[in-house]
Ligand binder design. Structure first.
Ligand code: PMP
Length: 402
């Protein structure tokens, strides 16, 4: 099931897999969403254009075939994360929905008055707001000087009232990589569960949830070169078993009467309604694509690009870099006297697409002492040419702003 790339390990060949990236366009916004390889686009087109039907209900052959493909994708995701079983994989709309599911289902059942949740300064709003909505008190792990989650500080501040720790595996703003195993050890030392927000990790690092020893893991398909509207929540089997349903409706029940309804076992219990069938099919193709290249190769490729970008940007004296030297595929920076939005607009005139803003991480912006940053983020299709284009664009910004 792998090797659906072009069998090469050269980035320029990977670029050729992406029909929506025209010649000369430096797409440096993969942390927001990744472009799609031809194999994913074809899988989606086949899903609607050839094999389409609903799943789990049809008595006819087409629906039975689609159900097999749908469940094959679940098994593929389980292997991708090294989950213990496909039943530990819940399909959701994206990381945002996955975190809300845990907050509303696990949180409502487990969190009692006085319980606390531990987050970090660099979390995405989707790993902050759902926890605030549980009503639990929140504590915040600060960052190290080089903008990583400070695990020494976490070890010093964690206490038995903390029932859950929720952290980004890789920061969407800084590219900082969490030492997730150590975070799990610290969380478990007081009996807290660890949720990892893997949005930015799964496209750039090999992830093994059992090796990391976390309890929940979420990611979005669209940042992994897959479709929008599909994502994954993984949780340990026994935790999922213990969780009450979140949304009610079709597909999540065992038996319904007006007196009493009983629920299906996981994962169906958490998948109310007709699922995003073709999204699930497209996600399978996306996982085949990245594993066809290899996550180690992707990580090495992006790490080299980050090093090169940081080296080049450091040479420009009005540029301030954020984040650790060793970061995964993402570089945030600011230019003295220029708003990041202006940086982004001028770069766009030169065919360079970056993100400028708070990146849904306003508490992190406050901690960095800025309102916004400019962010370049990389994918398999990027190469040294894109960094040259970025640097040329930034030199232009400097000229325009004197
Ligand atoms: N967490 C992180 C670290 C992210 O980068 C993002 C997307 N920017 C999210 C969560 C939310 O993902 P989605 O919008 O796909 O649900």
């Amino acid at each position: 099931t792998n090797g659906t790339g072009n069998g090469s390990t050269r980035p320029l060949d990977w670029l050729a897999d992406f029909p929506a990236i025209p010649e000369g366009w430096a797409y440096l916004d993969s942390a927001a969403t990744a472009q799609k390889p031809r194999t994913v686009i074809d899988a989606i087109a086949r899903g609607y254009g050839e094999t389409y039907a609903t799943v789990h209900r049809g008595v006819y052959q087409r629906s039975a075939d689609m159900t097999l493909a749908f469940e094959a994708s679940r098994a593929r995701v389980a292997r991708f994360l090294n989950a213990a079983a496909p039943e530990e994989i819940v399909f959701v709309r994206g990381a945002t929905e996955g975190i809300n599911l845990v907050a509303q289902s696990w949180g409502r059942a487990q969190l009692k008055p006085g319980d606390r949740i531990l987050l970090s300064t660099l979390e995405h709003h989707s790993n902050i707001v759902p926890w605030q909505m549980t009503g639990a008190a929140i504590d915040v792990v600060p960052l190290t000087e080089d903008h990583r989650i400070d695990l020494d500080a976490m070890a010093a501040m964690i206490r038995p009232e903390h029932k859950l720790v929720a952290l980004a595996h890789v920061s969407n703003v800084l590219g900082s990589v969490l030492d997730a195993k150590r975070a799990a050890e610290i969380a478990h030392s007081v009996g807290a569960k660890l949720l990892l927000d893997g949005c930015q990790a799964v496209p750039r690092l090999p992830v093994d949830v059992r090796d990391l020893d976390c309890d929940f893991y979420v990611f979005s398909g669209h940042k992994l070169y897959g479709p929008t509207g599909i994502g994954v929540l993984w949780a340990r089997g026994e935790i999922l078993e213990s969780m009450p349903p979140w949304q009610g409706g079709g597909a999540m029940i065992d038996k319904v009467t007006f007196e009493k309804t009983t629920y299906a076992p996981p994962p169906a219990r958490f998948e109310a309604g007709t699922p995003h069938v073709v999204g699930v099919i497209g996600l399978h193709a996306a996982i085949d694509y990245v594993e066809g290249i290899g996550l180690d190769a992707i990580h090495a490729h992006e790490t080299a690009l980050v090093r090169e970008a940081r080296r080049a940007l450091r040479g420009i004296n009005s540029v301030r870099l954020f984040g650790p030297e060793e970061s995964a595929g993402i570089v945030s920076f600011a230019m003295e006297g220029v708003h990041p939005h202006d940086v982004g607009t001028i770069l766009d005139e030169g065919q360079v697409a970056i993100r400028a803003g708070h990146h849904c991480a306003q508490p992190l912006m406050a901690a960095l002492g800025v309102e916004a940053t400019a962010r370049a983020s990389f994918g398999v299709y990027n190469g040294p040419r894109d960094i040259d284009a970025l640097v040329t664009g930034i030199e232009r910004v400097r000229k325009i702003f004197g």
